[in-house]
Design a protein. Structure first.
Length: 162
């Protein structure tokens, strides 16, 4: 795909490769999101315009990267329009997709709301210099084992009371 002009139309195989998803997923999305309208030529070949590709990238980012459901994404497309999702596909901010204060995100199919006081983990960190993946995973497993022991101890009095 790198040899084509940014304004060139793309085939379904080129778009699927660019988005790292199977072609059948693109065809499925066409049935769920009426805003996806590739040109269809003889024999049913699909050709995606640059705006179609941006929309698909936005859909992929919201579904796979942000955890939205199809229903939640359909709502975003209805309320904020395909231009908003295209902008997300071009790397723009997601913003407040629910259109409100975020309290309706879970019921609208958006990501579930986190409990009060919870903070997301820091962005993916690279492995510290000098450590390999096995060393890091071993340390994480040990830490999880310690968490499990703490939880088991915390539950012991509850087990004695019953």
């Amino acid at each position: 795909m790198d040899t084509k002009s940014p304004d060139a139309f793309r085939t379904i195989s080129e778009v699927a490769e660019d988005l790292d998803i199977p072609q059948h997923v693109l065809r499925f999305w066409e049935t769920r999101f009426s805003q996806i309208k590739p040109l269809k030529r003889g024999g049913g070949r699909r050709y995606y315009r640059p705006d179609d590709v941006a929309l698909l990238k936005g859909i992929r980012r919201l579904l796979y990267g942000e955890g939205y459901t199809i229903k939640g994404l359909q709502r975003i497309l209805k309320e904020q329009g395909p231009r908003h999702v295209q902008a997300i596909g071009r790397g723009g901010p997601i913003g407040q997709a629910s259109g409100g204060d975020g309290s309706e995100a879970a019921s609208s199919g958006g990501p579930a709301m986190a409990p009060a006081g919870w903070a997301p983990p820091p962005a993916a960190r690279s492995v510290p210099e000098g450590l390999d993946d096995i060393t890091v995973l071993t340390a994480v497993m040990n830490e999880l084992g310690e968490c499990r022991r703490i939880l088991e101890r915390a539950l012991e009095p509850a087990a004695d009371a019953s």
